[in-house]
Each structure stands twice: as structure tokens, then as C-alpha cells.
Design a protein around this ligand. Structure first.
Ligand SMILES: [Mg+2]
Length: 432
């Protein structure tokens, strides 16, 4: 008997991370890492898909309501049809003529679509008995281009060019899958670098990062220049000359401030400067990149493929930082991976938060096998928070992500956590 979708089961989950300054940076001093969580339920209670949007607390209820607004598009639909035509399913949600007004293709509604699309991919991968990265990596180039919405991209990337990129990467897929299974995928860690941490904690966590096998760490900057110079020196002394130290301003600066600040920090040789200014300021990123010696990274708040296209066209960045829950899900991220490949820029995903490491590892591994074919200059962010709440947490060993082997997208938060951390009535919150 064929199955149909019965419900988008939404939950507002929040973790009280602000109590320990975990996640604190120059723009976000007190985040409570949160997930607007959705389970796509079907007429078979054993078959459901999990997805979420990462937020940092207040407003998570708005994000959850936006996910719920998509229910009429899916409830009652035949499951096989929805999952067999993921390109069409995605386009149907993204281009709803009334919901589109709330963006278009940006912000709360677009991220809600991403959560639902990702939950459907989770379900599709579970049904196939494959981890998501492998499901994607075994699709044909023709099937993959069918997932991509080329609307607004064709001046930079046509369907034919995308097909050529994917076809050219087909030889060697099997070897690269073996390489991934044997050695995993390189990671860097932001765990030492939160702005609210003391100098002692920064030094201790930096030393631990090196002992744990990481060859790159990242520090938050942009609060106070003298503090940043002192903290860079502490981190450098702790990790030695060979470990890369990236810095992240979380959009703190205007363009002239970014240039002056990064020129002042240049003696510490930061590996990249991340989000130096507004994520919408394409020309500003390009101007900063021209004026400083440090490479520029951005993307975690870049709201769709069109913005990534322009950042690449304007030569405004050196590292493309995709995020698993900012854009409209797996489909739009495949478009961005293809754009990055076309322009020859490495993709170094944003992760951390809650569950972002779990989700985005699948996209980087798929990229390695089927799109870019390379791990050169590529690293996935890793932050050691909240993994214990996941049914199949991301696993790091010697500074590398191990390959997920469980069917699905690794999005599932365990039921006990979904109960305890539900806002505002779960016991973690009702006691506060
Ligand atoms: Mg960042």
C-alpha cells in the first residue's frame, strides 16, 4: 500500500547555552542554541524524516510557525511521488506565490522550507538504507542537476555546465568513497575561541585542540582590538607556529573598520577573516578582500544561491561557507556547491550550533565524492557542544570527521531531549 504524508510535527527546542558563554561572539553575546524541529510523519508510524532550523533562542517560535505553514503543501501527498521528485518538491515549496512574498527566497520562510526539504531527504535516505552523503554521491549527474533550481543562476552556471562538472567528476567516485571511509574529512575547531571565555580557558582549550589532532582553530574577534591582539598572541603561543588560526568577526564591522582592524591583526597571520561585515554587502566584501592580506570567508548568513553567485562573480571571497539550515535545504546547497566548483573556490562549511555538524558533514562528503573531487584547502567547522542529544552524533577523531554510516541525514534528536528541552514547558525551562 502506498504511503502518504500525515503531519509536520513541529517543536520549539532550546538549550540554555548562554549560561556558560558557549557560542558567544562580538554580535551574539548570549545565544541559547535552539532548533525549530520538524518531523515529517507518514501513514506508516515507522517511517518519518527529521529536520530543523538552527536559531539562537528568541524567535524560535516564529521559525517553528513558519515550518507549520508549509503543512498544506505536503499533508495528504503521496510519499513515493514527493520523494521521487525532490527537485519538483523543492521548487513547489520555494515558489509558492503567496509564501514567496515573505522573502523572496530569504529569511524565516526560506529556512522553514530548508528544514522540511532536509527532513524529506532524511526520510528518503532512511528508506534507501544509506547515509545521506552516500545517497547523493551515488546519484547520476542527470539526477543531480534535476535537483537544482537554475532560476537566476544561468548567467553564471547553466544546467549544461553543471552536468559537465558532475560528469567530469564521475570517474574516481568509488576511490574517493574508499578514501573517505579510510581517513574521514578534515575538521577545524572553534571550541577554544568564544569571546566570553577567559584567557586561561582560551589557552587551555587551544592546547587541547592541538592534542586532539586539529591543525586549525578559530577565534572570535571584533569586540576590542587590544583584546584581540592579546588573545591571538595567547592562542599562537598555545598552538605553536604550524597550526592555522582563523578569526571570525560575525559581521561586526563597517568596511573601513574591517580593513583597519585586519591590517592591525595581520602580524599574527590569521588564516582567514570570517564575516568581516554585513553578509549582504557583496561589494563591501570585495573591497575588504582587495585591501587586506588575509583571505576572506563568508556564507553562514548568505541567504540563497543568488547571493553566493554574486559573491563569486565579484571575486569577494576566498572560502565558501555553506550552512545546512540557512538556505532551502539540500537542493539549494547542491546549487551552491556547483557554483563554488565552477569558480574554483573551496567550500568550508559553517557548523557548530546545535546539529549543524551532524547535517553539514554529509554535504562536504558528497562534494568530495561527486562535485569538487577534492579536500584541498577544505575543512568542516567543528564545535564540541550538544552532540549528546543526537541519535547518531558526528564523530571526530584526530581532527577529522569520520564517515557517517547510519541511514539518514544524522538530524534526529533523541526523544528524551525533545521532551526536556521543549520551550517553554519542558522541564529544563519550566524550572527556570
Ligand atoms: Mg562564523
Amino acid at each position: 500500500m502506498s504511503l502518504h504524508i500525515t503531519e509536520l510535527d513541529c517543536a520549539d527546542l532550546r538549550f540554555p547555552t548562554s549560561a556558560e558563554s558557549d557560542g558567544s561572539d562580538a554580535m551574539n553575546p548570549d545565544p541559547d542554541y535552539s532548533a525549530a524541529y520538524v518531523i515529517v510523519r507518514t501513514s506508516d508510524p515507522e517511517q518519518s524524516g527529521h529536520g530543523f532550523v538552527f536559531t539562537i533562542g528568541r524567535g524560535n517560535e516564529v521559525q517553528s510557525a513558519a515550518i507549520q505553514a508549509l503543512a498544506p503543501h505536503l499533508v495528504g501527498m503521496d510519499l513515493d511521488t514527493v520523494l521521487a521528485e525532490m527537485g519538483e518538491t523543492s521548487r513547489r515549496l520555494v515558489h509558492d506565490s503567496q509564501l514567496r512574498w515573505l522573502g523572496p527566497e530569504k529569511g524565516v520562510m526560506h529556512m522553514a522550507i530548508g528544514a522540511v526539504i532536509n527532513a524529506l531527504w532524511d526520510l528518503k535516505a532512511r528508506r534507501a538504507g544509506l547515509p545521506l552523503w552516500q545517497l547523493l554521491a551515488e546519484m547520476s549527474p542527470e539526477e543531480l542537476v534535476e535537483l537544482v533550481d537554475f532560476r537566476y543562476l544561468t548567467d553564471a552556471l547553466t544546467r549544461e555546465e553543471a552536468l559537465t562538472i558532475l560528469t567530469d567528476a564521475e570517474p574516481g567516485r568509488a576511490e574517493r568513497i574508499e578514501q573517505l571511509r579510510a581517513g574521514g574529512y578534515p575538521a577545524y575547531t572553534t571550541t577554544p575561541g568564544w569571546l566570553g571565555y577567559s584567557d586561561e580557558k582560551l589557552a587551555r582549550l587551544s592546547r587541547e585542540a592541538v592534542a586532539d589532532g586539529f591543525s586549525q582553530i578559530k577565534l572570535k574577534v571584533g569586540g576590542n582590538l587590544a583584546d584581540d591582539q592579546r588573545r591571538m598572541a595567547i592562542a599562537r603561543a598555545a598552538v605553536g607556529p604550524d597550526v592555522r588560526i582563523a578569526v571570525d568577526a560575525n559581521q561586526r564591522w563597517d568596511v573601513p573598520d574591517a580593513i583597519a582592524w585586519m591590517n592591525a591583526l595581520a602580524t599574527h597571520q590569521p588564516y582567514w577573516i570570517e564575516e568581516p561585515t554585513s553578509p549582504d554587502d557583496i561589494l563591501g566584501h570585495a573591497a575588504i578582500r582587495q585591501a587586506i592580506s588575509t583571505p576572506v570567508a563568508t556564507g553562514e548568513h548568505v541567504h540563497n544561491r543568488v547571493m553566493f553567485k554574486q559573491l563569486l562573480q565579484a571575486d569577494a571571497l576566498d572560502f565558501v561557507q555553506i550552512d545546512a539550515t540557512r538556505v532551502a535545504g539540500v537542493n539549494e546547497n547542491i546549487a551552491i556547491l556547483l557554483l563554488a566548483r565552477k569558480y574554483g573556490k573551496p567550500v568550508c562549511p559553517h557548523a557548530g550550533g546545535v546539529g549543524l555538524c551532524e547535517l553539514v558533514q554529509h554535504l562536504s562528503m558528497f562534494d568530495f565524492v561527486a562535485v569538487s573531487g577534492s579536500m584541498q584547502d577544505r575543512v568542516i567547522e567543528y564545535v564540541d557542544h550538544l552532540h549528546e542529544h543526537f541519535a547518531t552524533p558526528a564523530v571526530i577523531r584526530d581532527g577529522r570527521y569520520l564517515v557517517p554510516s547510519t541511514p539518514g541525514s544524522s538530524a534526529e534528536i533523541v526523544p528524551l531531549t525533545r521532551q526536556r528541552f521543549r520551550f517553554p514547558d519542558g522541564e529544563e525551562w519550566s524550572d527556570r
